[in-house]
Design a protein around this ligand. Sequence first.
Ligand code: ATP
Ligand code: SF4
Ligand code: MG
Length: 342
Amino acid sequence: MSDVLLSVQGLKTHFGAREGVIRAVDGVDFDIGRGRTLCIVGESGSGKSITARSILQIVSRPGRIVDGKILLHCDSRPEVDLAALDPAGRNIRDIRGRDIAMIFQEPMNSLSPIHTIGDQLLEKIRLHHKLSRKAAEDRAVAALERVGIPDPKARLATYPFELSGGMRQRVMIAMALACRPALLIADEPTTALDVSTQANILDLIRDLQAETGMSVMFITHDLGVVAEIADDVAVMYLGRVVERGSTEQIFYDPQHPYTQALLASIPKLGARRQAGERLYAIKGMVPHPLNRPEGCPFHTRCPEAVSGLCDRRVPAQVSFGDNHVADCHMRDPEVLRAREAV
Ligand SMILES: Nc1ncnc2c1ncn2[C@@H]1O[C@H](COP(=O)(O)OP(=O)(O)OP(=O)(O)O)[C@@H](O)[C@H]1O
Ligand code: SF4
Ligand SMILES: [Mg+2]
């Protein structure tokens, strides 16, 4: 049995717009190991959510997967390429919720406002498992109890709007985990919550993961959260993974100038800031994918960019050992040798 649960290879998801093709995800590669947590980081617009949605084939129109593979190696079924499945077909519907579950930043988007929590949980459980109503109800109560909802039996009759944001988030996690998925995808699930609720939810996900051995793909732009929960990290920029590696490699030996800039922009714990001292900020803004720069996509903002090279040639992937790779000309020994030779 492979150690890899999900392998994303050369994934491209594009939107055909009147102005041109928006290449939201444009050649993304990463693996998620069994029982491991992969964090995906990157500024707004880098393609994190569209990557996650591509895995479940829930990209909204006119977006569609135009290339690449998403191989799922689940214990319960033969290897399947999710990218090749019909988004409206039975196979992917079967996988959604049962093998792979997703939670979102705003629970109201995935909870129905007009149905009770109990009805929604039961429907979800009975969709994937042939259980009597009583057995499904017991399972729903157990799921709510497990995520720390007080008096879970009585809560079955409540509507989502009757709950606080933190409680709604817990209900969404209970729904996602009721079928014991092999992979939980969490897209900024704690961003809208206050700091202590956020910490509780992260603890909860971690405990559930330890119990069930599921893998987690966690999207966030909070590097503090990454340091706390990730085993592996993929850094995205303009629809591509520009660096990936273990959490130690990314935090202690970052190679890509973009990763280095992201890390330099985190406020340091305990470091007292001098009056007037500003936090490091990456210059400029992420370009819109319609105006994707030629060559290295980061060259318009990169402090190390070399004119005539970075603005012309797409960098190759350079390996720094043990699953640690980054796409940068200035870290590529071949490019550096060639530059020295002239
Ligand atoms: N429905 C859509 N139609 C056209 N373009 C879209 C659509 N949804 C997303 N995009 C484009 O895809 C790109 C990637 O979007 P995505 O939502 O994946 O970014 P993200 O990394 O999740 O950002 P954020 O941190 O803000 O959530 C964006 O630049 C956006 O313009
Ligand atoms: S390839 Fe050039 S522009 Fe891109 S990250 Fe490396 S140095 Fe910067
Ligand atoms: Mg997003």
